[in-house]
Write a protein that binds this ligand. Structure first.
Ligand SMILES: Nc1nc2c(ncn2[C@@H]2O[C@H](COP(=O)(O)OP(=O)(O)O)[C@@H](O)[C@H]2O)c(=O)[nH]1
Ligand SMILES: [Mg+2]
Length: 332
């Protein structure tokens, strides 16, 4: 079966994408509030699990997964609640040439096409670049260049030109990886907000007043101790599941909108059938009954989607989510 949702993850090499993916897979396998994540391929499961175990058990440089080649890598997952599959999705870890300044036109086109068919983007920015407080635009420009944000903005500009109305607002997660590196800098609320303001400034188009983007800002870390010691610090993941929960919430929201439209249409059709004269209705009786039963069907499906959204929304209560630059509470 084809995946229902597509997630694409972008970030310069070394940003922490592979580690993030491994950590996410490991934490979600144990199950989180009843949600689980599984790969559709047994060999892949072994590979991911053994890389993860090495990170947890080993010390030294070798604990980390070997830096990967330049090929984009695709994972296929099922996301479930209890034993029930909620949504299947594929996940592309994009470490292709298009994120580098030496990219070829072909690299760029491949990525642009993938972005256009994605249902959510994860833009990974390493906390290593955000360790020091800064208010100078010059410094921010330099960080934006090193962290690949300039490139990401170029791809976003293409994406927004080609979004269909049904894709708006398009969900994006700015994942601040290795947030343990910012621990010192972002100790209290005020200094954390300053850090977030820096991010907003570098991704300014995502925070303009428009209905184009639904953006979540999400710090993640594989362990607080890694901030000062990445060779022996304990692995103790934080927030890894939130970007995924958000992506799937956004996908369900899209389904809900489609389903609601079906319900509305069917109601109108039923009203028309019912408003005919007794004579017309005598002959349209079968039609009326069939329409009634499809209405019930669509309504049940809508409710089912809304129940799943409510489950996910609970996890996102404390998340920072913005529409048109304004902070939002998710509704179901
Ligand atoms: N402090 C810290 N370091 C991390 C974390 N995640 C990854 N790293 C380091 O970042 C390196 C690059 O990560 P990797 O996932 O391979 O980056 P990728 O090129 O984006 O896939 C790893 O080898 C680790 O040394 C984290 O949560 N905290
Ligand atoms: Mg990698």
């Amino acid at each position: 079966m084809a995946a229902e949702a597509k997630i694409t993850m972008l970030g310069v090499s070394g940003a922490g994408k592979t580690c993030y993916m491994l950590g996410l897979y490991a934490t979600m396998q144990l199950g989180l509030q009843g949600f689980t994540l599984t790969t559709t391929d047994m060999d892949e499961d072994l590979r991911l699990t053994s890389l993860w175990e090495r990170m947890v058990d080993d010390e030294g440089e070798d604990r980390w997964p070997p830096p990967t080649s330049n090929e984009p890598y695709q994972y296929d997952f099922d996301f479930s609640y209890g034993m029930r599959q909620l949504i299947s999705f594929d996940w592309l870890d994009y470490r292709g040439g298009a994120m580098q300044s030496t990219s070829t036109q072909e690299d760029v086109e491949i990525l642009i096409n993938r972005l256009r068919e994605s249902s959510c983007l994860f833009l990974c920015v390493s906390g290593e670049y955000l360790q020091e407080e800064t208010s100078s635009d010059m410094q921010l420009m330099s960080i934006a260049r090193k962290a690949g944000i300039n490139r990401m903005n170029l791809f976003l500009a293409d994406l927004t030109k080609n979004l269909k109305d049904s894709q708006r607002p398009f969900p994006i997660v700015i994942v601040i990886t290795k947030y343990d590196k910012c621990y010192e800098r972002a100790k209290d609320r005020v200094s954390r907000d300053k850090l977030f303001d820096n991010i907003k400034k570098m991704f300014n188009t995502l925070f303009l007043p428009s209905k184009d983007w639904l953006v979540m800002l999400c710090p993640v870390s594989l362990g607080k101790e890694l901030g000062t010691d990445s060779l022996t610090g304990k692995i103790d993941p934080k927030n890894l599941h939130l970007p995924l929960v958000f992506a799937l919430y956004a996908k369900l929201r899209e389904y809900a909108i489609t389903e609601q439209a079906r319900v509305n249409e069917t109601k109108i059709r039923l009203d028309t059938l019912r408003s005919g004269s007794w004579f017309q209705r005598l002959f349209a009786g079968d039609d009326e009954r069939a329409t009634e039963s499809s209405l019930e069907n669509y309504q049940n499906q809508l409710q089912d989607i809304q129940r799943r959204m409510a489950l996910l929304a609970q996890e996102l209560i404390n998340a920072q989510i913005f529409l048109g630059g304004k902070e939002q509470q998710l509704d179901v």
